[in-house]
Write a protein that binds this ligand. Sequence first.
Ligand SMILES: [Zn+2]
Ligand SMILES: [Zn+2]
Length: 152
Amino acid sequence: MTERVDGACLCGAIAFHVELPTLFCGHCHCSMCRRNHGAAFVTWFRVPNGQLAIDEGAGELVRHTSSEHGTRTFCGRCGSSLFCENSRHPEDIDVVLANMHGPIDRLPQFHFYFDDRVDWVALGDELPRLGGGSGVEPLAPVGGGGGETDGV
Ligand SMILES: [Zn+2]
Ligand SMILES: [Zn+2]
């Protein structure tokens, strides 16, 4: 039997569930996620499309095309950000971890788009910092001594 975790928006109009396993989980620091949530960063996990199901309130879902590749879905009643689809990986969907009622099968694994982060939050964890043009390239460790590159 597959393990499932339930989730909902703030007002409860939309209820959904995901089936485990997830593909990954990470903190996104990109400006669109930050603005979309009114938050310093947003924690997402990814599942194949077939592992996400809307149980209640499908008619309340509102889709917003936020970029050339991305479509974000939120609750039309309360505004909770719920999902993000990306045409670069159309077979998978990203889900906001904070809307889940219980733990998924992993903890956040990394920070991505980390060089777009705000400067008013200090992070003390040891998770890998990813960024660059794709958002997921390894970045030099913060405070890793020197910081000067050899121009490679
Ligand atoms: Zn809602
Ligand atoms: Zn983002």
